[in-house]
Design a protein around this ligand. Structure first.
Ligand SMILES: [Zn+2]
Length: 295
């Protein structure tokens, strides 16, 4: 039985930047943008296994830059500057921004950019990163660009990140600065973040004694060829076209869970005694025994 805590409630948060970027690498390789990465959507269990949940705002990536995407995404504190500036098209870099904010929050034990409104949110970001260049604002709407240019020219104040905590080492701050980049095209990808020295060391420690993918022999440890597997081909949502009833959706989810449990993965478990589950059931006003019947 696994009891899940949301990330900010959990004392076991230390490994979470690595785990969440690990999860994002997989999602992004599948061509999926989560679009609501926040502490409440990262669940950590007693074994420090982290799961990304709530895909209510997720979508497949849009490669055609002329196609408009909704800006009504991501909880404000974790919203990337390109969305705050009204870009009509954005990439999976928005999820990396959110993880960067969470990483800083775990170090400092407080929300990094805690603003009352989207405009103030943008102002807090530019207080830290400085006034963005015109190039970095190339996809912004005119109103947002005018707001930035009207204001005073700000110098970046990134060294303040060292004051977040005693754990804000040079490598931690360096990685943070690569995630919290105003221009999404220059922001680090999930794949490159995992190879960053700050995460690489922990990754090696994990694969030296805790993983299931590598093994020891008399001559030494044999490591897997890929520490963070990706998916191939990309996620295909065409199967949804054949779903026309709740019953069919339940069946397909049940099938999915059974298939996951055949592999090496940590099974998806819900603790029906947990307060979160009980309040969820109360919210739905359904009988708990009916909630997870799939047959
Ligand atoms: Zn391994």
């Amino acid at each position: 039985m696994l009891i899940h805590h949301s990330l900010t409630d959990s004392p076991r948060a230390a490994s979470s930047p690595a785990s969440s970027i690990h999860g994002l690498k997989y999602l992004h390789s599948a061509g999926i943008l989560h679009r609501d990465i926040k502490p409440g959507n990262l669940l950590v269990n007693s074994n420090c296994v982290l799961k990304i949940c709530d895909f209510g705002l997720a979508r497949v990536e849009e490669l055609d830059e002329s196609r408009h995407m909704t800006q009504e995404v991501v909880t404000q504190y974790y919203r990337a500057p390109e969305i705050l500036m009204g870009s009509r098209h954005y990439s999976n870099a928005i999820d990396i921004w959110s993880v960067g904010c969470i990483f800083a929050e775990l170090l400092g034990r407080r929300i990094l950019f805690q603003a009352q409104s989207p405009i103030q949110q943008l102002d807090l970001i530019t207080d830290l990163l400085g006034t963005p260049s015109l190039e970095a604002m190339r996809t912004a709407c005119e109103g947002a660009k005018a707001h930035i240019l009207r204001g005073p020219h700000k110098q970046p104040s990134l060294p303040v990140l060292y004051t977040l905590s005693s754990q804000a080492t040079h490598e931690a701050v360096h990685l943070l600065c690569r995630m919290l980049v105003f221009d999404p095209s220059k922001r680090i990808s999930a794949k490159d973040a995992l190879a960053h020295p700050y995460l690489d060391e922990g990754r090696l420690r994990y694969h030296t004694c805790m993983c299931k993918c590598c093994f020891s022999t008399s001559t030494g440890r044999v490591y897997t060829s890929d520490f963070e597997p990706i998916t191939n081909p990309k996620f295909d949502d065409t199967f949804e076209k054949n779903l026309s009833s709740v019953r069919q959706v339940k069946e397909i989810i049940h099938q999915f869970i059974l298939e996951q449990q055949k592999g090496n993965r940590v099974p998806l478990c819900i603790n029906p005694q947990s307060a979160a589950f009980k309040s969820f059931i109360r919210l739905l006003r359904i009988n708990p025994t009916e909630a997870f019947q799939f047959t």
